[in-house]
Design a protein around this ligand. Sequence first.
Ligand code: NAD
Length: 495
Amino acid sequence: MSDAALHERINTEQSLFINGRWSESASGRRFPVFNPATGQVVAHVSDGDAADARRAVDAAYAAFPQWSRLPAYRRGVMLRQAAALMYERRDELARTLTLEMGKPIREARGEISYAASFLEWFAGEGERAYGDIIPPMAPGKRHLVLKQPVGVVAAITPWNFPAAMVTRKVAPALAAGCTVVLKPAEQTPLTAMALMDIFAEAGVPPGVINLVTTNDPAAVADAWLSDHRVRKITFTGSTEVGKLLMRKAADQVKRVSLELGGHAPVIVFDDADVDKAVRGTMASKFRNSGQTCVCANRIYVQKGIYERFAEKFTAAVRNLRVGDGLSEDAEVGPLVDEAALEKVTAHVEDAVARGAELLAGGRRVTEGELARGWFFLPTVLAGVRDDMRIMREETFGPVAPLIPFEHEAEAYERANDSPYGLAAYVFTENISRGIRAAERLEYGIIGLNDGTPSTAQVPFGGFKESGIGREGGPYGIHEFLEVKLVGLAVDEEPR
Ligand code: NAD
């Protein structure tokens, strides 16, 4: 598809998808969506408000009885069909995704496949949402445990995975028999819009999934949080907003699942295979220009291997090709917006001002075509200390701080010294040390010699302030199911 055709297709002012139909917002207001590689506007979309949010809940609430009673197998057929359509349109979806958030097109294609895999996996998990029959305490009793969908689910998603964060929530919710109202991030509504078309074409009935795009996320979220018909909030985004939503959800004791921020440590032990460690750390750090919640944020390297690791890692970082995500050979794209660029710049400036040494990068791209966009050079910092901002706050950019350490116990202690607990990575060829590390680290995801551990089949989620609940794997669907006891009193057999 040419860029002109793509623009025409997505340049829509009717971006609310409610009860199976596209519409404008009640206010008629719109907001722009930017291409981070050029700073140009690529579309204007509807700016939904509280009235639109309520209309979406009306539709989801009305659709719930029929959808929840449909056999899980029938829901699964539709989810598998939606996945098939995503694979079929992978290139087109990937271009839309890159256009609005900037990631390299090869990564965007990977994300579309990853996103589709949640639909396939949860289609099957819906069919296997078994209940239990529990042996009774007393002769006249029987105990049945049913798993039932929680009801209308409100899903709020971030911009960094505009397709996968949607399907990682929507697939288990729909498979469980819930209906959904979805609010994508204001930076990336277009991919979510394309997914609505796919669900409709796959046969998902009107009202089962609804989309409200908005530039005022709090207004839409508040409308959902104060609506008794919405039974669950599932959110991926920053810890700050997650806490806000959790507080508000408390008023009606709504179910919450939160996938929040991270500050992932990488520990490279002396006995690591240095090439494997460099490859794994590069994958964790520079994927999506460092804008993932599981990105390496603190790279602890044991003294005996530090020099070799720093040299090879820095050489690999200098080799990364920075470019417009739409160009086939780009390896690192732009940051999502101006605010992201300012935050990354501030973290690097703070570290350098406090004595860190720049081994690569360290600044915004100011030459040539890329100067128009929000590009930051892949950066390596040495001599990083614990009092620097970069060691405490999520940088969300292509900046790798290297920190030497001496002893194993010191590495665990420093790695665990964080309010976050999402992902941690360990590189070692010593199996006992690997197991010890996996057990000692207070993180929900451990990559052991593995820079990219997540797939649809496994649990994803954090300890501490990184969240509540798990997405993916058999665990993912339980977040959308209520457990109901049916206690039966059975009469004695007549004599
Ligand atoms: P963000 O919290 O600013 O935004 C996330 C979503 O929340 C967006 O849809 C946004 O519109 C909405 N939002 C913002 N303010 C709101 C409010 N007051 N009320 C209701 N909704 C509001 O985060 P972001 O910058 O879009 O995403 C990056 C963050 O997401 C990072 O912290 C990252 O670690 C986290 N993240 C976590 C995971 C995970 O699985 N744990 C995955 C991806 C991203």
